[in-house]
Ligand binder design. Structure first.
Ligand code: AKB
Length: 315
């Protein structure tokens, strides 16, 4: 049975991934860590430790004591927060990643960390962005993600660490809200639709970005980590996506469930500029070919599920 340690376990992905991994591999085999704690299932229903990913010694100790054979490194600042504090973002995103890779190297552990559509930039082909293409991002987050992909490849080639990663699009979930991302509007819109029947978008109409529903994202992580390494030509990181839409299209999907829903705009120049530098839609064919990536949810099925689940939460 795997022995997994997760960093950033109380974040948007980590809080659901921890629960799913405990269901799959056994509660006590999954150590959740984060710089803070709360009363979520990830923190309270299984092994949990406070860990700052900048603390290399603390990370090594936690992983060694847990006898970890798999490190899942999720702790990072997202794009908008990183842009507001670029020096801190570099130190946290790169320092944390380096410590996690060193831990995986010392313990001969398998390694996963997410990259992002943020690893692309304005000179990248915008439509059906290929797996292997120009990566000259113009955000600190993007710079961190490209450097992180290269670093993870380096640890594979130089030290034989079994590093794997996914370039995630915006992830949509009803469980834990994201914080500080550019794609967060596509989550907020559902909360506001339920609460007020109206949403004011900080991303402008006509701005297309890739998105995926959280259950598909969690399955993608698990499937990639379980994939036969002999089939992997790429490692860090695979393009994955389920859909691409602009604010008008997601509003239209919501209107099929809540006909009176209205959408307005108050565009935030910082996040709009980030969004405009990212692809409209990425090509996930390498992930499909090399380890069988699939998704279950499209825009309408995700919208229906999100609204149903959020409505139940607010009762
Ligand atoms: C963000 O918007 O920063 C993230 C991402 C696409 O990596 N959701």
């Amino acid at each position: 049975m795997k022995r997994i340690m997760i960093t950033g376990a109380l974040g948007q992905i980590g809080s659901e991934l921890t629960v799913k991994l405990r269901d799959l591999y056994g509660r006590d085999n999954v150590l959740a860590t984060d710089v803070r704690t709360n009363d979520s299932e990830a923190a309270t229903e299984g092994p949990f430790e406070i860990l700052d990913v900048m603390d290399a010694k603390g990370m090594m100790e936690a992983a060694t004591n847990h006898h970890a054979d798999t490190i899942i490194h999720m702790a990072a600042l997202l794009s908008a927060t990183a842009e507001a504090n670029p020096v801190f973002a570099w130190n946290l995103n790169m320092g944390g990643l380096m410590n996690a890779l060193e831990t995986a190297k010392e313990l001969d552990a398998q390694f996963f960390t997410p990259s992002s559509i943020g690893a692309f930039g304005p000179t990248t082909p915008k439509d059906e962005t290929p797996q292997d293409t120009i990566q000259r991002p113009t955000t600190m987050y993007g710079v961190n993600k490209v450097a992180g992909e290269l670093l993870a490849d380096y640890y594979f080639h130089r030290f034989g660490v079994d590093t794997r990663g996914l370039r995630f699009p915006g992830l949509i979930s009803y469980v834990t809200p994201p914080g500080g991302g550019t794609t967060d509007y596509a989550v907020e819109i559902f909360y506001e639709a339920i609460k007020h029947g109206h949403y004011t978008s900080y991303i402008d109409k006509g701005t297309y970005m890739d998105m995926m529903y959280m259950p598909d994202a969690l399955n993608a992580i698990i499937d990639l980590m379980e994939a036969d390494p002999s089939n992997l030509r790429h490692r860090n990181s695979f393009n994955v996506t389920a859909m691409s839409f602009d604010p008008e299209e997601i509003a239209e999907a919501i209107r099929k469930e809540i006909p009176e829903f209205t959408l307005g705009y108050a565009v935030d120049p910082v996040r709009q500029q980030i969004a405009s530098s990212w692809p409209n839609s990425i090509d996930a064919s390498a992930a499909k070919k090399e380890w069988g990536f699939t998704t279950k949810y499209d825009l309408q099925t995700m919208t229906k599920d999100m609204l149903n689940k959020l409505a139940l939460k607010t009762i």
